[in-house]
Write a protein that binds this ligand. Structure first.
Ligand SMILES: [Zn+2]
Length: 342
């Protein structure tokens, strides 16, 4: 993520902070300063830092759960809206997705229970009037409970959305599970918006937008995965093509071309590397113009080359329009053609 800076490395995971996070810290510091002077500012910033430590531990929960399945997490970034653990890939098995999704909020449950237990002993040991109702630990306990509640909403991009999708994917295919989970999220988003407009908290409107966008993004990703996303060039290439050996006279090449139904033919050298491509029309025209004895190489047009093992969507993006495409193996030999337009 741009504007993110590494501040630590824990268990092989880079911890990064987005610059806007520092702005939020400064903002809270300023607000507390106005209320309680320097001591207030220190306490405010301290509380914000502790809160984000809980968010960071939540993200480490996801990262360590993913590690159980051999999935690395290169970095965790703290943003003002929360943390993002960038997993190398998403787990494929529903059970694994369930465990990775639930591991984050589980950390906050543990923190909350720990704080609760600590505060309970404090109450028992001291006079009840000494318990500071608005104290730091009480606030931190409340924030951890809120983090768990927020992530329990069964909507993307919250962890609850992933838990719901994982549960659905145990009894149906992944794309359908994503579709249903995303629709549930969108219905909730509309519900939050209506609630907010009819006198509910303004915060709900923000969450509604957040959830609606999360559902759209998850749907797009699921379509990408089920569509061309995971297909490779070699899955869709035409491998039963005919080719014309280099130095073949145009008359002979035209005879070869007429015997096949292809519109274009790669010209290949002795190592089976494509040196260009000729069309039937250009062979016919050269023949009619009396160049039947010339090598077909003279008519070769340049080609675009892509690797057979490349991902289709990524490879297609690199191809200039209206240029014939040959598919090659890693040693540069032609292994197929892609359908050519124009
Ligand atoms: Zn989470």
């Amino acid at each position: 993520m741009r504007w993110s800076y590494k501040v630590a490395r824990v268990a092989g995971i880079d911890v990064k902070i987005h610059v806007t996070f520092l702005l939020v810290l400064a903002y809270f510091g300023a607000i507390y300063w106005r209320q309680g002077g320097l001591a207030g500012a220190v306490e405010g910033v301290g509380f914000t830092l502790l809160l984000f430590l809980c968010v960071l531990l939540h993200e480490f929960g996801h990262a360590f759960a993913a590690r159980l399945y051999g999935i690395r997490t290169p970095d965790i970034t703290l943003l003002p809206i929360g943390g993002v653990a960038r997993l190398e890939r998403m787990p494929d098995k529903p059970v694994q997705e369930f465990v990775v999704a639930i591991a984050g909020p589980a950390v906050n449950v543990v923190i909350a229970l720990g704080l609760l237990a600590f505060l309970a002993t404090k109450v028992r040991m001291s006079d009840i009037t000494e318990l500071d109702q608005g104290g730091l630990l009480e606030s931190l306990l409340a924030m951890n409970v809120m983090l768990v509640a927020f992530n329990a909403i069964p909507a993307f991009p919250m962890d609850g959305g992933r838990v719901l999708r994982a549960l659905l994917a145990m009894v149906m295919d992944h794309t359908k599970a994503t579709l249903i989970a995303a629709r549930v999220g969108q219905v909730l988003a509309v519900g939050f918006a209506v609630w907010s407009f009819s006198g509910g908290p303004t915060m709900l409107l923000f969450i509604a937008f957040f959830v609606f966008a999360g559902a759209q993004q998850e749907l797009a990703y699921a379509r990408f995965r089920s569509g061309g996303g995971s297909r490779r060039v070699s899955d869709v290439m035409f491998s039963g093509y005919s080719s014309i050996p280099t130095e073949t006279p145009i008359a002979h090449a035209l005879a070869l071309a007429k015997a096949s139904r292809q519109g274009v033919f790669p010209i290949v050298d002795h190592q089976l590397r494509a040196i260009g491509i000729v069309s039937v029309q250009s062979l016919e025209k050269a023949m009619a113009d009396g160049f039947g004895g010339h090598p077909a190489d003279d008519l070769a047009q340049p080609v675009a080359r892509i690797q057979g093992n490349a991902l289709l969507t990524a490879a297609m993006a690199t191809i200039p329009p209206r240029v014939p495409v040959v598919v090659e193996n890693p040693s540069g030999q032609i292994v197929g053609l892609l359908a050519v337009q124009g």
